[in-house]
Unconditional design. Sequence first.
Length: 298
Amino acid sequence: MNRRHLLQWLGGPALPALPVLAQTPAPLTKAIPSSGEQLPVVGLGTWITFNVGKDPQGRQQATEVMRAFFAAGGRLIDSSPMYGSAQPVVGDGLQKLGMPKALFAADKVWTSSDGAAQVEQSRQLWRVPRFDLLQVHNLLAWEQQLPMLQAMKQAGRVRYVGITTSEGRRHRDFEQVMRTHPLDFVQLTYNPVDREAEQRLLPLARERGIAVLANRPFRQGELVDRLARHPLPAFAAEIGCRSWAQLVLKHIVSHPAITCAIPATSRVDHVRENLAAASGPMPDAALRRRIESHIGQL
């Protein structure tokens, strides 16, 4: 094209504008202290919400939740043998989705007998070659199961090892295990209302370089249901929050010791809303205290 033709082309009718494709912001990530691997700060829990048995509609709904989760940049899915049918429902959905490469598979051992056999059964239900993270659920028989998981890690059969608790149970025992055993992860309850872990466990996790998963961020839905009866405070807009769920999640994951929150849901719109909380500005220490005070008064 010569200069004259180029000028004629530039001066001609404007070309129709190409559609602008909406880009989902990449979720904020934090490093797993023991390795430096980055994880998105919002994951996906499966307690109750994925316990749908063989119901085809329930299983398809769980698959769509996982599809939306991965599409929004999610990675970590957490389950347990004690979650009813959640494990096979996860496995079924992962197969339908072609086993997404982004998956960070986190499960638990929850037995006082043969933990290795239970882990293998869980792996088969998930249909994964190995788990990324295995945790001793609620410290059940941890003296027996934690060495077993550490041996699996040494053999390359799992990448990370941890322990869990919830609802403030056995924090003294939990702290002792954290102090005396090498752990990659701990999982505990933390949200703007349940903040007991701030006293000793979260500082200890930072001190010892342990990643922290925050379970029950919405108190099994009770917290956001209660907050929904009140208007969202104006300061929520300062950090891009459009819902109480997002404000709660941003409060949780902005704590320096928290690596990832794992809300459970059976709704696609909710999983998208949750993952949206993993992007944009996060509350600083002053705003975190303001969130805690405001919610504490409702």
